[in-house]
Write a protein that binds this ligand. Structure first.
Ligand code: FES
Length: 122
């Protein structure tokens, strides 16, 4: 049976005509969401997830807790993994060398449009 996707519309108003992107989220229980959200500069993706009540971000986005561990399930080209993120990922049970990222280390960007993110619990 096909999983239904629930729309989360995080665009209440857009007075500055910011870009709007769609993020596909697969939660740990396999529930699927389509998140429609604005692209604010200087925001990371974890901050957006928290805005819509996903529980993550215990370290405040410092790459120290891995509460935001995910697999990137689409072929989007993302920013490089830096040393802090790599050393956190290396400590995780469920690391997937090709797909694992920390959501807090991904800057919001128009090019994330359509990305598929599976949230992982370690
Ligand atoms: S919020 Fe702690 S590692 Fe991302």
């Amino acid at each position: 049976m096909e999983n239904k996707e629930t729309l989360i519309d995080n665009v209440i108003e857009n007075p500055n005509s910011l870009d709007i992107i769609t993020i596909n989220i697969i939660d740990v229980d396999d529930t699927r969401y389509i998140l429609r959200t604005l692209v604010h500069q200087n925001q990371n993706l974890m901050e957006v997830f928290r805005e819509v009540e996903f529980a993550m971000g215990h370290c405040g986005g410092m790459a120290l807790c891995a509460s935001c561990h995910c697999y990137i399930e689409s072929s989007h080209c993302l920013n490089n993994i830096d040393l802090e993120e790599e050393s956190m990922l290396d400590q995780l049970q469920n690391i997937n060398c090709e797909k694992s990222r920390l959501i807090c280390q991904i800057p919001m960007n128009k090019s994330l449009d359509g990305i598929v993110i599976r949230i992982v619990r370690d």
